[in-house]
Design a protein around this ligand. Structure first.
Ligand SMILES: NC(=O)c1ccc[n+]([C@@H]2O[C@H](COP(=O)([O-])OP(=O)(O)OC[C@H]3O[C@@H](n4cnc5c(N)ncnc54)[C@H](O)[C@@H]3O)[C@@H](O)[C@H]2O)c1
Length: 334
């Protein structure tokens, strides 16, 4: 790491998406000085090591601060170091957490200070919002950003509060702002294993099927979600930090809705199996809050960020399932 290369601050950089972001930044800008802030509540340094290997970024040469974002005073660091960009991904990512006080105090509250510091120092800020801010709108068409604001879980509340803060800052700062919120849809890909039960459906179905079990889906597998490969999320996140990207809050997904039956089919193809789906009823208490359908409308995203997804979700699921099988075989033979 050279001492005069561009500085990047990445919160949540030891997590699933953050580690691939960190590795991509280091690969593409080898002289960059990377500061990862992560409290390791769900992340691991091993994610960074593995992402650097996978993306051929060399050994990680950045700095890691193992503190919760809310306990750090980030303002002087941002104002003093003048990073080329701040990427804020740190969050409680367990969507089943129901403690609103905890979720909001970790995810939403520290955000205001980060926004203020970036605006005052003229530093581009990109943060991770989520498709959870949409809740379950009554539509089977791609979600446009204006549909946000009816989240139906505590995690979604916390992300919506961040969007409100960001939008207010953008409106107040006008042309002077570079603040981009990205509503990630269902992300899958290498680096998610340590998320445990919060890893993607593609990951969990692959593990079930690798054990020879039939894939289990809620009746009758017709739910559809926008599944997006992690490398597309990373390229979109970096695009949002570039000069020329327009401030605002945008969807980041594949733009395609994939049915759960199709996910099981992709995994079967990847593993070379033909395991039949076993359908199970959805518990009554889940029906009203479950996202039965999600799809990102990417019209604003492609215009404002000059970015578009580079991976077809079905093809990526096939190769990802194959990759997970290969990794499992390596573990068993070693
Ligand atoms: N994976 C998805 O499908 C998805 C979808 C929508 C939004 N997102 C958002 O993307 C971001 C990254 O998610 P991920 O899937 O990589 O999950 P992750 O849990 O792997 O990553 C989150 C990282 O933040 C760290 N962290 C948590 N609280 C922290 C705190 N207070 N201070 C510092 N570090 C903290 C964790 O240790 C972890 O490394 C999150 O903001 C998440 O809400 C993810």
């Amino acid at each position: 790491m050279s001492s005069d290369g561009p500085v990047y601050i990445i919160t949540g950089g030891a997590g699933f998406i953050g580690s691939s972001l960190v590795a991509t930044l280091q690969r593409d800008e080898p002289d960059a000085q990377l500061y990862v802030i992560d409290d390791f509540s769900t992340g691991s340094y091993a994610n960074i090591v593995e992402a650097c290997d996978r993306l051929r970024a060399g050994v990680f040469r950045g700095i890691v601060m193992a503190d919760p974002v809310g306990e750090l005073n980030l303002q002087p660091a941002i104002m003093g170091m003048k990073p080329k960009a701040v990427f804020h991904l740190a969050a409680i990512t367990d969507t089943l957490v129901t403690d609103e006080r905890k979720m909001i105090s970790v995810n939403s509250e520290p955000f205001e200070e980060i926004v203020d510091a970036c605006l005052e120092s003229d530093v581009p800020l990109v943060y991770a919002s989520s498709a959870a801010v949409y809740g379950s709108p009554d539509t089977r068409s791609a979600f446009t950003e204006d549909l946000g604001g009816r989240p139906n879980n505590v995690y979604g509340f916390s992300k919506w509060l961040m969007d409100v803060t960001a939008q207010r800052a953008i409106d107040e700062a006008g042309d002077g702002a570079h603040v981009v919120g990205l509503r990630y849809f269902n992300v899958f890909g290498p680096g998610e294993a340590r998320k445990g039960r919060m890893a993607s459906m593609v990951y969990h179905l692959t593990q079930q099927m690798l054990r020879g079990e039939r894939p289990r889906l809620f009746e009758h597998g017709h739910h559809e979600r926008d599944q997006v490969f992690v490398d597309d999320i990373v390229s979109g996140t970096i695009a949002a930090s570039k000069r020329g990207a327009e401030s605002g809050i945008y969807n980041l997904g594949s733009g395609k809705a994939t049915s759960f039956n199709d996910i099981a089919q992709a995994v079967n193809t990847g593993l070379g199996t033909s395991l039949e789906v076993e359908y199970i009823p959805m518990p009554d208490e889940m029906v009203s809050t479950y996202q039965h359908f999600t799809q990102a409308d990417l019209t604003n995203t492609t215009r404002a960020l000059s970015w578009e997804p580079g991976h077809d979700p079905m093809e990526s699921m096939v190769s990802y399932a194959r990759m997970l099988a290969e990794a499992g075989r390596r573990v068993t033979t070693n």
